[in-house]
Design a protein around this ligand. Sequence first.
Ligand SMILES: *Cc1c(COP(=O)(O)O)cnc(C)c1O
Length: 452
Amino acid sequence: MPALSNLAAIDAAHHFHPFSDMKKLNASGSRIIERGEGCHIFDNAGKRYLDGFAGLWCVNVGYGRKEITEAVMRQMNELPYYNTFFGTTTPPATLLAEKISAHAGEKINHVFFTGSGSEANDTWFRMARVYWAAIGKPTKKAVIARVNGYHGSTVAGASLGGMKWMHEQGDLPIAGVHHIGQPYWYAEGGDMSPEEFGLARARELEAKIDELGEDNVAAFVAEPIQGAGGVIVPPSTYWPEIARICRERNILLVCDEVICGFGRLGHWFGHQHFGVEPDLAPVAKGLSSGYLPIGGVLISDRVADVFLNEVGDFNHGFTYSGHPVCAAAALENLRIIEEEKLVERVHDDIGPYFARAWKSLEDHDMVGEVVSVGLMGAVQLAKDKKTRQRFEKPDEIGTMVRNECLERGLILRATGDRMLASPPLVITEGEVDRMVAVLREGLDAVWAKMRG
Ligand SMILES: *Cc1c(COP(=O)(O)O)cnc(C)c1O
């Protein structure tokens, strides 16, 4: 191992990071994170940070869980790899599929494994088209997704996502992917009430189906709550209307549960919070709390029955589909979530506590609105909270607040002018208090600067 003081230089010389301007990053140098314990991480200077973002929305059970390390070591020694292609499986892959199905509601009983959330989105994308073709509707191919949604970074994932700055690189979206507006009332609701706006945005789906022709549309995909887009909690009217439209117009409903799944919203899956039933649901992140990479697609009986009875071979899969060591990590992670009743804890206890503490920031002069569900929250920054006027450079203002928090030992994420929180599900009340107190200090510091 090279001396730590050299690591940043080596990193700049050789390591190409995701979603980064490498010239800028190399000039400033990467922060080097060495260690984690509970809800905290430590950098190579020994500085401690409260991780209000659970890594990247994923470390649901917190850092340093020896039970997971040991489960991984046992499986490594027993069988480090075998595939699930040619009529074979391994015990952890099979038992993991069973456990996920047990938590996913009566109509979901099958899981297809992938290595990541992006691969999970690529998987259901093909699955939806194969499904319709198999029941004599081969023209039903188009997929409708949303502006400012996030579904990963592969070609299909980035196409389904509605990030313009991603589409601009690599000539995306691919053919057959269409986008409708997002239910972001604060920024786009104008004079409508949130409830009116939620209905209006949901009905864009109906209009898009009419425009494309019902016989040409395979599926609609959405995150129960947009994550990377800024923790956009839809108005209460939105999801019931989306579900109605999908049902009446006979298109598959796909809920991207990569963030919302595995307890984040106080339910096993985010769609359960909104009372809707997806036909397909990609998962990843919290499935293993990020300890090892694994994702999958939850498949409802409606879709599974067609594959079982009509499709024959589904010509799709990954070398690491159901990887036994990753599956063992996920199984142990889910066992911890069950044993420590973390989903119930988020629903009944720490979630409501977080909601109250987080909401207290709404009195700040620079805060337009504060939202949260379970342990997923956002603070919308505003230049004038009375008129919902936003800052001219939303990205800059969010980054300034984030950096103030970072200096004070708190990790939050900024998406534009929204401050996002998604802490481990094991966060304590004291740690929640500290998160809110530090963010308030950060807001004070930036507000003072802005007013010069
Ligand atoms: C992170 C994320 C993905 C992509 O998952 P990767 O594991 O990074 O490929 C897909 N959908 C949503 C909603 C996500 O948050």
